[in-house]
Design a protein around this ligand. Sequence first.
Ligand SMILES: NC(=O)c1ccc[n+]([C@@H]2O[C@H](COP(=O)([O-])OP(=O)(O)OC[C@H]3O[C@@H](n4cnc5c(N)ncnc54)[C@H](O)[C@@H]3O)[C@@H](O)[C@H]2O)c1
Length: 314
Amino acid sequence: MASVLVTGAAGFVGSHTVEALLAAGHHVTGIDNLRTGSEGNLGAVAGHPAWRFIRQDILDADDFRHAVRAAKPEIILHLAALVSLPESIADPRLHFDLNVRAVHIVVDAAAMAGVRRMIFASSAAVYGESDALPFDEESPTRPLNPYGEAKLAGESLVLGQGRARGSDAVCLRYFNVYGPRQPGDSPYSGVVSRFLDRLQAGRPPVIYGDGMQTRDFIHVRDVSRANAMAVGAPAPLTGVFNICSGRECAVGDLAALMMQEFMSPSAPVFEAARPGEARRSAGNGARAKAVLGFSAGIAMAAGLGELKGISIAY
Ligand SMILES: NC(=O)c1ccc[n+]([C@@H]2O[C@H](COP(=O)([O-])OP(=O)(O)OC[C@H]3O[C@@H](n4cnc5c(N)ncnc54)[C@H](O)[C@@H]3O)[C@@H](O)[C@H]2O)c1
């Protein structure tokens, strides 16, 4: 069992991942400044003997280095980021700090503390636009927006340092993650949680564009399982891995499915497409299956059905 430090531990993916790591028997230190995450997300692990939470901003590099030295993790899983694509366009300074500078700080602290494996939360946004679907890890990377560019830069910092130090460097390219605890009340939120938020309020979903754009949706518990598998895999482990379901789903079809679940009587509302968004996206998960033994297990209908009964940000 390993000692693992998770940045962004109180967030959507982070909190589920902490649960998965503790269930697998690891010792986990979580760091989060609660910018978008909350301690409430970590309620299920409160008091666990192998769990410790530190409220801290990783941009305070000295404090972060100190925390890493004190925790002595063998593995760092770096999840903290500014996740929203529109926000990355609206606030370039914050975007640079959280999506580029923070990666450098984490990688630097990992080197100083002799961490043996860095795992970085990358994104399908690195691929950008193409009709040659599904994307595999050798597909060209042509990001359409600053968020995707920053994730590529982050990958290069993590992989470059792994090469230089001879340590493991793993970049997990998550596709569109959905599930409990994903905030849905902002235009910056993920599409499933935005639709859910509207439907729970008795209002129709808002679709940006014509609804024909496609995404590969993967449940957050599958992503957390992939994270735990990347932590538990034997060394050496280095490279880039798609974490996806492999299914291409149109956003209009997603809206129809969710409206059916909620028996919503009204038609969806269409608004102008947002800049920087790819037309189509779907991943090929063969490499993650071959190397990590991971494949997504939660079908969309089951994942959405589970959300129906609960407030998504519980
Ligand atoms: N959600 C998705 O669909 C998706 C898709 C691809 C990749 N990702 C990546 O997965 C990771 C997790 O995303 P998420 O959806 O859980 O987002 P999230 O916003 O819920 O989680 C990010 C966490 O990082 C914390 N954080 C932000 N800045 C920080 C700082 N300076 N210091 C300490 N903590 C800080 C936030 O408070 C939050 O808890 C991100 O790296 C994101 O880019 C997410």
